[in-house]
Design a protein around this ligand. Structure first.
Ligand code: NAD
Ligand code: TYD
Length: 351
């Protein structure tokens, strides 16, 4: 039996990763360490609560005693660090939590990992840091981020993730620990918190609320379906050479405004126009731009294709339809997140 300590597994990508891993490998078990912040929803993994291969541990990655205890008791073979503050807009209005969790929290995990692994060149456990392409800064109309693109983070979020990546890299170089880093593009799919572009737009469009598009809507993101990302993480975790970094992208670039129109058209096709007769595109409202808004992200994912045979399997239109299906089928989940009642479950469980 292999044991994986996942941090941040109640969030969007972590919960998808845990479910995929347990489905794909009967000989793996998962310990999920999560502080259940606003972004961590116990509902996301409620179906696994009775699975003997899944254990939830409520706590902060910055709590060294707790992390030490988990490592000593559970003896993981892998640590996959998803736990983070993840929303750029929140990092602009309140960066402190990003420094605390993304930098200090990752540092604490690394120190506990170092102490757990002991001697140099230990192959007892590997540490996979899940990071972002935002560490590379912004692209103009041309070009792609590769693993050798210099770091040039622009938002407090991106700077905090870049800082954590540097620490992970340094722990490999200095202490010869078995670490890995992945930098992925914008994920979308089931269970994403409706503050990020795609689920926010679906949710608002369902309710007939404004669809706020920042600036001129011409910023470009490279959309990666979450299950494709999680398959890549499994491969990197199990097969990659120690110390490697991999970029993971969807080959799915689109301007924000085009994406929002696509979503509106799909919802109109499925549900008909809004009760007042308007088409959902009429809800689009151009609003003031995000401070320091990065223009374009796009990933060159050749290295992971060559080394590990990974390619994304989901094109944006298909992934979008699957995502809309999921949100339409899970409107109770969406309602509980929107009205805040999903926190009640958390309070009942953990006080
Ligand atoms: P998310 O915001 O949905 O979930 C974050 C999870 O971390 C939550 O469950 C939260 O409770 C937990 N958490 C936060 N602070 C914690 C702490 N101090 N201790 C323990 N748990 C804590 O995030 P996500 O979108 O699933 O992203 C996961 C990871 O992937 C993050 O590291 C993020 O930077 C990275 N990433 C995300 C995207 C994306 O498009 N969502 C893209 C690139 C990289
Ligand atoms: P977001 O989902 O926040 O991801 P990131 O900032 O990490 O790329 O935003 C994706 C794009 O959508 C980004 O260019 C900002 C834009 N955006 C809007 O136009 N309106 C919104 O309400 C949000 C949340 C994002």
């Amino acid at each position: 039996m292999k044991t994986v300590l996942v941090t941040g597994g109640l969030g969007f990508i972590g919960s998808n990763f845990i479910r995929l891993l347990l489905n794909n490998f009967s000989d793996y078990r998962v310990i999920n360490l999560d502080a259940a912040t606003y972004a961590g929803n116990p509902e996301n993994l409620k179906d696994l609560e009775k699975d003997s291969r899944y254990l939830f541990s409520h706590g902060d990655i910055g709590n060294r005693d707790l992390v030490d205890k988990l490592l000593q008791e559970k003896k993981p073979d892998f640590i996959v660090n998803f736990a983070a503050e993840s929303h750029v807009d929140r990092s602009i209005t309140g960066p402190a939590a990003f420094i605390e969790t993304n930098i200090v929290g990752t540092f604490t995990m690394l120190e506990a990992f170092r102490s757990y692994c002991g001697d140099e060149n230990s192959s007892k456990c590997r540490f996979l840091q899940v990071s972002t392409d935002e560490v590379y800064g912004s692209l103009g109309a041309e070009g792609y981020f590769s693993e050798t693109t210099p770091y040039s983070p622009n938002s407090p979020y991106a700077a905090s993730k870049a800082s954590a990546d540097h620490l992970v890299r340094a722990y490999h170089h200095t202490y010869k620990l078995d670490t890995l880093i992945t930098n992925c593009s914008n994920n979308y799919g089931p269970l994403q918190f409706p503050e990020k572009l795609i689920p926010l737009m679906i949710s608002n469009a369902l309710e007939g609320l404004d669809l706020p598009v920042y600036g001129d809507g011409k910023n470009v993101r490279d959309w990666l379906y979450v299950e494709d990302h999680c398959r890549a993480l499994e491969l990197v975790m199990i097969q990659a050479k120690s110390g490697e970094t991999y970029n993971i992208g969807g080959h799915n670039e689109m301007e924000n405004i085009e994406l929002v129109k696509l979503l509106c058209n799909s919802l109109d096709r499925r549900l008909g126009p809004l009760p007042d007769g308007r088409l959902r595109q009429e809800l689009i409202k151009f609003v003031g731009d995000r401070k320091g808004h990065d223009q374009r992200y796009a990933i060159d994912a050749d290295k992971i294709k060559k080394d590990l045979g990974w390619v994304p399997q989901t094109d944006l239109k298909t992934g979008m339809e699957m995502t809309i299906d999921w949100y339409l089928d899970n409107q109770e989940w969406l309602k509980q997140v929107r009205d805040g009642s999903y926190r009640q479950y958390y309070q009942e469980m953990y006080g």
